[in-house]
Design a protein around this ligand. Structure first.
Ligand code: EPU
Length: 421
């Protein structure tokens, strides 16, 4: 038996929805908190998603105390931590377990862990993370699916990233906080989640400057202590709901949003003709049948987020004309298109490029969430489609969206879970 999500399409949504804390910030903030040598780190706005559950299991396997004080408040106390090998099965459940590499290396100058897992989006190497650790003086050994990374001492260095990788930028920041002297990361990624992690580390006592620009400097310190931190809102969840509203809402208010983080999406939706009103911390969106075709190219922040091209694709089936999605971050991130084709979408595919010929109607079918954002894409499609859509492998959605179906039900969607063979 497996749990599936079922959606009866065609219901108009109405009301407001509150966006949760950022998943991709949270999954870095939790490992970052083990860098505290004294005190505990209290994090508010923690989303209720399975990635957090797996990271908590990893913390507990390191003998770190994790207390859930309220639904969204985690207190992490690493004072009794032991640096044992991370070979817990949770390591392979999510990509972000790789943040324990930087955090444990930074704190103990040694880490042993299994190869991290996560959504399959095509090849996802971590060579830049490892090169960064080596530049700080670490040796990296890989055998039988496990990494051993160790150093006598870590010394600040100038590190140029060939690609502005989010994961490598954060991992190097964490490895460098206790390194001797100054580390400079050039061509650093500029995503808002990086600023959030640097903010947490600075509250703990780190000396990190330039997060959010492409040059970050980290001056090594002797000790970091606990602190209190509130996570930024999830720009990808916000973007997903804005797209859902554009697809199916009479009117929806998306609250707890930093619109500045969503500029590339908002300007594309405006170009398509989606009626929207942007306020300081909320966006009001209505759907319309008359949409213009657009061309999207995914790029590092502040460009169009790769995580939002999948949720946007079903909306493009309604546009009058041919829209294109060029994926430059993960060129194989198009599995959702095969599922959308089953539902009636007219999409032609070429390497790294999908062309969506609209307008075309979508019809409910049985489809599979092959990865997290593919799952979100199928939810958008299911809400737009005629008839009932059944989404399998729903655990991918639960990894990164807090209570997606519950939030949609509140807005009037007919969406439910069922156990099927
Ligand atoms: N890359 C390398 N070598 C590396 C690291 C990255 O070649 O050592 C390449 C990747 O293959 C990719 C590009 O660089 O082509 C960018 O990858 P990046 O490292 O920035 O991605 P990531 O840190 O692994 C994070 C998010 C992803 C999001 C990407 C891009 C987390 C946990 N994951 O991944 O989120 O798509 O940045 O913005 O923060 C998602 O939320 O669904 C998701 C997959």
């Amino acid at each position: 038996m497996q749990e599936v999500l079922k959606i009866e399409g065609g219901h108009k949504l109405k009301g407001s929805v509150r966006i949760s804390g950022s998943k991709n910030a949270t999954v870095a903030l939790i490992p970052a908190s083990i860098l505290a040598k004294t005190g505990s780190v209290s994090i508010y706005g923690v989303p209720h998603i399975s990635d957090v559950k797996y990271l908590s299991q990893l913390l507990e396997s390191l003998n770190v105390k994790v207390d859930q004080h309220a639904e969204d408040h985690l207190e992490i106390d690493p004072s009794q931590m032991v640096n044992i090998a991370l070979d817990h099965p949770a390591v392979t459940k999510l990509r972000a377990s790789y943040y324990f590499m930087g955090a444990l290396l930074g704190r103990y100058k040694q880490v042993n862990m299994k190869m991290p897992g996560g959504c399959y989006l095509g090849p996802r190497p971590i060579d830049l993370h490892l090169k960064g650790f080596e530049a700080l003086g670490a040796s990296v050994e890989y055998s039988q699916g496990s990494y051993k990374i160790y150093a006598k001492e870590l010394v600040g260095a100038k590190i140029y990233l060939d690609i502005s990788s989010v994961g490598a930028t954060i991992n190097i920041m964490m490895a460098a906080v206790y390194a001797k002297g100054r580390t400079t990361i050039e061509n650093a990624a500029k995503e808002p989640e990086i600023i959030d992690v640097a903010t947490l580390l600075n509250k703990m006592g780190a000396q990190i400057r330039g997060a959010g620009t492409n040059i970050i400097t980290i001056d090594g310190v002797e000790t970091l202590a606990g602190c209190v931190h509130e996570i930024i809102p999830d720009r990808i969840e916000a973007g997903t709901f804005i797209i859902i509203a554009a697809a199916a809402a009479e009117e929806m208010v998306i609250e707890n949003v930093i619109p500045h983080h969503l500029e590339s999406l908002l300007s594309k939706l405006e170009e398509m003709g989606v009626p929207m009103k942007v306020d300081i911390d909320k966006v009001t969106v209505k759907s319309t049948e008359h949409l213009k075709d657009v061309d999207i190219q995914t790029l590092p922040y502040p460009g169009f987020a790769t995580d939002l091209q999948q949720p946007l694709t079903p909306l493009l089936t309604r546009a009058n004309g041919s829209s294109s999605v060029k994926e430059t971050i993960y060129v194989e991130r198009f599995k959702h298109c095969l599922e959308l084709q089953r539902m009636g979408a007219n999409i032609s595919m070429a390497p790294g490029l999908a062309t969506i010929h609209g307008p075309s109607r979508l019809y409910g079918d049985t489809v599979t969430a092959t990865d997290l954002r593919c799952g979100a894409s199928l939810v958008v499609a299911g809400l737009m489609a005629e008839g009932v859509t059944e989404i399998r492998d729903v655990y991918h959605i639960d990894r990164g969206y807090e209570n997606l179906d519950g939030k949609l039900r509140e807005l009037g969607a007919n969406i439910w879970r069922e156990q099927v063979e």
